[in-house]
Design a protein around this ligand. Structure first.
Ligand code: PMP
Length: 338
């Protein structure tokens, strides 16, 4: 146990948690890196901190300056909290389809929240492209300047995982790790882990939700997507700068009907309340374990905390509206306790 000097110093150094059901089902040791234990309750705190530190080192982010970003939510929470602790203002552009809980957290952290309709990247009003233009405008008008964090194409994001997450996993497992797998939003996590772990002989896999184009790209060379997913923060349709130079050793496409029962069982039987992308990750780890065979050690990411999705993933009405199965326990009345 140690004392963190400030919030930034409390980012990372998360435990690995053995996932009992996934391990028992496959005969492998499947571990989840507990990124939900970061101060902003997600893996994106690492990218937020790395992007801020990089901009300060380059001299583009000035004292009292403003950080602008387009985000599905978690990067916004990370930037707002780390930014607040370092004296920076934040302006966050988010697609209005993301969970209210994430939007509320961004507002509470003091960021200015700009909601835009969900639109594909090719649309100029897509949240990422909108945030880039807004950053340019604010940089020209605000007295202390503004920067665009640009998590998708700013490789300081990937660098966070090369510098911290990768070495942590290597050290925690004593180098006894055979596989790593996760989904991609910006691609920073999977490509950063690939850059660190693949040269060490670790197979790195991609778990892609329906509606994303990366699985198709890595298996056929074509960016094509079909279907959709209720998971948030993942599902990329293009090769971002963070993904450039990365090639997964394996790639799997995971439907929500495979991922969500894992998330629900995790809460009821392992006490882990996670968001939907974690379900895609663990389903991917199970598929990787089956491909590799029993006796291997596989690590994945427990991306963010589930209370962030109380109104969606853990809401029976929402699940029904998406034609997804609702677990019995979610609708059962609690027992009468005298
Ligand atoms: N899961 C969640 C819940 C996220 O918010 C994100 C990032 N948007 C990811 C996974 C994917 O992380 P990365 O951006 O590093 O690919």
């Amino acid at each position: 146990m140690r004392i963190a000097r400030n919030l930034a110093d409390a980012v990372g150094k998360t435990p690995l948690i053995r996932l009992t059901a996934a391990s028992e089902a496959t005969g492998c040791d499947i571990y989840g890196k507990a990124e939900f234990l970061n101060p902003g309750q997600s893996v994106k705190d690492r990218a937020a901190l790395s992007i801020i530190n990089d901009a300060v080192a380059r001299g583009t982010l000035q004292p009292g300056g403003t950080i602008v970003e387009g985000t599905a939510g978690n990067t916004g929470i990370g930037l707002a909290l780390v930014g607040a602790s370092m004296g920076y203002k934040t302006v966050i552009v988010i697609p209005e389809t993301q969970s209210e809980e994430k939007k509320e957290m961004i507002r509470l952290a003091g960021a200015e929240l700009v909601q835009v309709p969900a639109a594909p990247y090719r649309n100029p009003n897509n949240y990422v492209r909108y945030s880039g233009r807004l950053a340019e405008k604010l940089a020209a008008t605000l007295p202390n300047g503004a920067i665009w964090a640009n998590q998708f194409d700013n490789v300081a994001n990937r660098q966070a995982h090369i510098d911290t997450t990768g070495p942590e996993v290597w050290e925690q497992t004593g180098g006894k790790v055979d596989g790593f797998i996760c989904a991609a939003g910006s691609g920073g996590t999977v490509a950063g882990m690939g850059a660190y772990l693949q040269p060490n002989g670790v197979k790195v896999g991609l778990a892609d939700p329906m509606g994303a184009a990366l699985h198709s790209y890595y298996t056929t060379g074509e960016l094509k997507s079909e279907g959709g997913s209720i998971t948030e923060g993942i599902g990329q349709g293009r090769i971002t700068a963070n993904l450039e130079g990365f090639t997964p050793d394996m790639s799997f496409q995971i439907p929500d009907t495979e991922a969500l029962p894992i998330v629900f069982d995790l809460l009821r039987h392992e006490g882990l309340c996670m968001g939907g992308s974690t379900g895609i990750n663990i389903a991917g780890a199970i598929r990787m374990a089956r491909e590799m065979g029993p006796g291997h050690t596989i690590v994945t990411i427990l991306c963010d905390y589930g209370t962030r999705y109380a109104s969606k993933l853990y809401n029976p009405d929402f699940l029904r509206s998406k034609d997804l199965p609702v677990p019995d326990w979610m609708t059962e009345d609690s027992a009468d306790i005298p």
